[in-house]
Design a protein around this ligand. Structure first.
Ligand code: SF4
Ligand code: SF4
Ligand code: SF4
Length: 439
């Protein structure tokens, strides 16, 4: 069995955070967090865990490292949260470094292991609470810390300025009007049926997704709008850092920007973690029993448009495709059947990965791991050999991936394992196949 201490990776955020720690501070923060936030649930998990190891087969890190027990979910919980509880926070700063590396970079919070535990222990939740402690100790990988700071300062994760956001939308509207002369990206339209929100990487470096969404809304005759003001970024890396105060600020800003426009529903673009932040963690932190404005994922939205006959395609996609089931949308929210309805409508041949649906392996990017940046890229690549094998076994070239993080993770795996495959968003395929006006 390997040990986390033998695979420490240098990261300036973790190093500078640990350098400023004292054992007294660690003890104080751990005690305060366990007493004030979530101690009872964690104690129930710790006391009921039978150390049976059945969760091990749930974890892609464990399977990809030839069943090394160090990567087993129960070991991750034992070496981090359970140790902090047993020792009442009396651990060294170096031990906090090891725990932070394990929690931020060797667990995607994907919750697959919870399905394999006979009593449903959710190691993803336990590791998220280890991150919460590390955040309160200011021991956070530098890249994701910077992203969270961007959220806190600008209300979006990419330091996009307010005027750049509006410029990007107008630029995409302008571009798209060459192809669709009547197209508009309506800003701040009060009372619209749909408020469309995206994650900040879209205006920053994936603007074609905004173009495509606008083309689809336009062709389907949707009454929609996008906000000109902060709140437009639905992503939430603060959730994965453990900065719940800013996670709450972000979610409130997102809802309030929609409420201000009195829209009927929010449709989120193709992202998994952003969706989790509204249906799960952000909502609970804010104490919402129900969403203040109904929110649906793009899969749901495209499914509705297809069923209402509002998406018209000229032909089906010819190449065989396979489907990535993003954990936050499928395991977390149950959209597996709707995803298949949409993909089968668009594509001639679908070759399923094995396993699939709620049993699918995470892409290893999620839970903020890809956002921990280049120092930890190899951790993701070696930690997800099983995903590469699963992808390769389909024998197809195209992977339909309705999640931004999965895109990043799977494209990296494709490159690292030389799979010669390519990822596509649903909107890439709809845009490619949809009827377009003759201009
Ligand atoms: S990566 Fe997923 S399966 Fe592995 S421990 Fe974390 S939540 Fe469980
Ligand atoms: S399967 Fe559940 S009970 Fe068994 S070791 Fe894993 S977390 Fe503990
Ligand atoms: S990036 Fe995709 S597969 Fe990975 S945790 Fe997120 S939703 Fe799951």
């Amino acid at each position: 069995m390997s040990h986390i201490a033998d695979r420490i990776i240098s990261d300036v955020g973790l190093e500078s955070g640990v350098a400023a720690l004292t054992t007294e501070k660690i003890e104080k923060v751990v005690t305060r967090m366990l007493k004030g936030e979530t101690g009872a649930k964690l104690r129930a998990y710790k006391e009921t865990c039978m150390r049976c190891g059945l969760c091990s087969q749930g974890c892609h890190y464990y399977m990809s490292h030839d069943a090394d027990p160090s990567y087993s979910p129960v070991n991750k919980a034992t070496e981090t949260m359970y140790e902090l509880m047993d020792k009442k926070g009396k651990v060294s700063p170096q031990r906090i470094y090891e725990m932070a590396q394990m929690a931020y970079t060797e667990c995607n919070l994907c919750k697959r292991c919870a399905h394999y535990c006979p009593i449903g222990i959710d190691t993803g939740y336990i590791m998220s609470q280890v991150r919460r402690i590390c955040y309160l100790l200011d021991v956070v990988p530098q890249y994701i810390r910077d992203t969270a700071h961007s959220h806190a300062s600008t209300m979006n994760q990419m330091w996009v300025k307010d005027d750049e956001w509006i410029d990007s939308l107008q630029w995409q509207e302008d571009e798209a009007r060459d192809e669709f002369p009547d197209l508009r990206i309506p800003l701040d339209k009060e009372g619209a049926d749909i408020y469309y929100s995206v994650i900040a990487p879209e205006p920053k470096f994936r603007t074609q997704l905004i173009y495509q969404a606008a083309a689809i809304m336009n062709a389907a005759g949707v009454d929609w709008t996008m906000p000109s003001h902060p709140g437009w970024d639905n992503s939430d890396m603060c959730m994965f850092v453990g900065d719940y105060e800013n996670m709450g600020r972000l979610k409130r800003a997102h809802y309030e920007s929609a409420q201000k426009l009195r829209v009927k529903r929010i449709v989120m673009g193709e992202c998994g973690h952003a969706f989790r932040s509204v249906y799960d963690m952000g909502n609970r932190w804010l104490g919402h029993k129900a969403m203040p404005v109904p929110v649906i994922h793009a899969i749901d939205f495209y499914w509705e448009l297809i069923n209402e006959g509002k998406i018209k395609i000229t032909h089906q996609y010819e190449n065989p495709v396979t489907i990535q089931d993003p954990c936050n949308i499928i395991r977390g929210r149950g959209l597996m059947d709707k995803l298949r309805d949409v993909v089968h409508f668009l594509c001639k041949e679908v070759v399923e990965m094995t396993p699939n649906r709620e049993h699918n392996y995470c892409c290893c990017a999620g839970g903020g791991v890809i956002n921990c940046g280049p120092p930890f890229k190899n951790t993701r690549m070696t930690g997800n050999r099983v995903k590469a094998e699963q992808l390769k076994a389909t024998g197809v070239h195209d992977v339909v991936i309705p999640c931004h993080n999965c895109h990043g993770g799977i494209e990296d795996i494709i490159g690292y394992y030389d799979l010669k495959m390519h990822g596509k968003f649903i909107s890439d395929i709809i845009y490619e196949l949809m009827e377009k006006p003759e201009v």
